[in-house]
Design a protein around this ligand. Structure first.
Ligand SMILES: [Zn+2]
Length: 61
């Protein structure tokens, strides 16, 4: 049970398997790969979670 909990709180990048870095922003909670492969935004107020995957073809703003 604690293992499941740990997995939930310590997600890894699906590309490089590094632990995601957590960041808190005013409107959402962000978890992202330190190398920029993956980004997840959780909007508490909207109940929405958005994930971004950055693969070989990088598309950045
Ligand atoms: Zn990565």
């Amino acid at each position: 049970m604690s293992g499941l909990f740990k997995k939930w709180f310590a997600p890894k990048c699906p590309v490089c398997q590094k632990p995601l870095a957590a960041d808190r922003e005013p409107v959402c909670h962000v978890k992202k790969c330190p190398d920029g492969h993956y980004r997840e935004e959780s909007y508490y107020t909207l109940g929405v979670r958005v994930t971004y995957h950055y693969n070989s073809n990088e598309q950045r703003e």
